[in-house]
Ligand binder design. Structure first.
Ligand SMILES: Cc1cc2nc3c(=O)[nH]c(=O)nc-3n(C[C@H](O)[C@H](O)[C@H](O)COP(=O)(O)OP(=O)(O)OC[C@H]3O[C@@H](n4cnc5c(N)ncnc54)[C@H](O)[C@@H]3O)c2cc1C
Length: 422
């Protein structure tokens, strides 16, 4: 049996392990969270969703919806577990985060050919074993530093923030109402409307609240802390995460809470990723009607995201230009998001497998969302390179097809590609 190595059992690593183990490889997994968790981790399980429990839209006209469908075609473990542990939140694919991770953990632990090493992988072991490094945005410092010296290229970073979770038993349901925006999808969010006076007070306290880090950092635009977004103008939130349209047209702002677990014990504050101190989160977010006595199961948190300058260091098959025995996958490779990370993990495993099997024509077609995403990260300009989500804007589409036609073409492309794999 051929031996391969995977480092990190997050979204990307878990996909890779599952694929390689099913192909019969002896998989050596290095994962350090059971020995020492990072600041965003709360459990010992693999594929932990460290912030939102949403894997975004399932719609075919949404780029992440297309990416998910491609993953389903490729028998993705992430998608299997997500659909099995789905909770109703409208069009989004939201999951019971614990059951989702538990299911993936069990799948991996049950493989007799996966050897789990609960240790930090500190530096590249150049022993000829093909290795997928999928250590995520919080890659341990030692490994990040060693890789930086090995590659001679600085790792890049941006700052990002996670949102808090509250216990439903501590909420005042008389002040909340159940509804999905425009009643789309079968799920319901809990919503809290604010009138002008309530919003005025909330806004003032939010922009003046104490933050953990006071210097200016580079944030990822797709995930700005709520207080940073608020500082851009009083109406900004009301056109963003707190927009009332489709929920309560008479309100100044509406805050949405998304169910986080099947038992409905936990709810996440949608769009409330934050960098306020824990005390201030409690004080300011308790101004939201219905959350006056909210108990926080988890506070929001700010963190640094590390990623490689993919266009400088990666080949199209996700191997390092400097060492083709090393693959890089997941958020650390320069993709952004849970589903994107899972997709790149699965792709790296397929590439590794095909290479070992001697297939010379295994690159995924560009007209697929996974293909375009990986093409984007390796072909971008290295200057100002920033992590990339799935979006229709990067999908290879020189004929100018509409989204539905692109969707059909992509799924067809995946099916044809699958047939070419050995
Ligand atoms: C706090 C936070 C909030 C986020 N919120 C969202 C969100 O709401 N929605 C979204 O789509 N994306 C979010 N992201 C971005 C991204 O989608 C996730 O980080 C996703 O989990 C990335 O998947 P991954 O497999 O690349 O890395 P991870 O899931 O982080 O997995 C990496 C694994 O590698 C392990 N590891 C790290 N270093 C080593 C080492 N040296 N040796 C051994 N093991 C190691 C870690 O313990 C971890 O288990 C967030 C990221 C963070 C950090």
């Amino acid at each position: 049996m051929n031996k391969v190595r995977v480092v990190g059992a997050g979204l990307a690593g878990s996909e890779a392990i599952n694929y390689l183990a099913k192909q019969g490889y002896e998989v050596e997994l290095y994962e350090c969270k059971r020995k020492k968790r990072n600041e965003a981790q709360h459990s010992d399980n693999f594929a932990e969703l460290v912030c939102s429990n949403s894997l975004k839209s399932m719609s075919s006209t949404n780029a992440c919806g297309l990416l998910k469908q491609e993953l389903i075609e490729l028998d993705s473990l992430t998608m299997k577990s997500a659909l099995l542990n789905r909770i109703p939140t409208g069009e989004d694919l939201s999951v019971d985060r614990n059951e989702f991770s538990l299911n993936i953990t069990k799948t991996i632990e049950d493989f007799p050919n996966v050897k789990i090493i609960d240790e930090e992988y500190e530096d590249i072991i150049d022993d000829g074993i093909l290795t997928i490094i999928a250590t995520g945005p919080l890659t341990s410092t030692k490994l990040a530093d060693n890789l930086t010296s090995y590659l001679g290229v600085e790792t890049l970073n941006f700052f990002d923030a996670a949102a808090p979770l509250v216990y439903s038993s501590s909420l005042n349901f008389n002040k909340l109402f159940e509804k999905s925006r425009y009643d789309k999808g079968d799920g319901k969010y809990l919503n809290s409307s604010m009138n002008e006076e309530e919003y005025e007070l909330f806004y003032k306290e939010l922009v003046n609240a104490e933050r953990v880090i006071l210097h200016d950092f580079e944030h990822f635009e797709g995930c700005l802390p709520i207080e940073v977004m608020a500082k851009r103008g009083k109406d900004t939130l009301c056109h963003g995460p707190l927009k009332p349209s489709g929920l309560d047209e008479n309100a100044r702002a509406v805050i949405q809470l998304r169910q986080d677990d099947a038992a409905k014990e936990l709810y996440g504050l949608v769009g409330f990723q934050t960098n306020l101190t824990y005390q201030e989160q409690k004080r300011v977010f308790s101004l939201i009607p219905g959350l006056e006595k909210a108990k926080f199961a988890r506070f929001g948190l700010m963190h640094k995201n590390l990623y490689l300058n993919a266009p400088l260091v990666l080949n199209r098959d996700l191997t390092l230009k400097k060492n083709r025995n090393i693959y890089i996958a997941g958020q650390f490779s320069g993709v952004e998001g849970y589903v994107e990370s899972a997709a790149s993990g699965l792709l790296s495993a397929i590439y590794l497998d095909q290479r070992l099997k001697g297939n010379e024509n295994y690159l995924i077609p560009l007209e697929t969302m996974i293909g375009s995403l990986v093409n984007y990260i390796v072909m971008s300009s290295p200057k100002n390179f920033a992590p990339m989500n799935a979006t229709y804007g990067i999908l290879y589409n020189h004929q100018g097809l509409d989204k539905l036609a692109c969707y059909n073409r992509s799924i067809d492309g995946i099916k044809k590609w699958k047939k070419k794999l050995i």
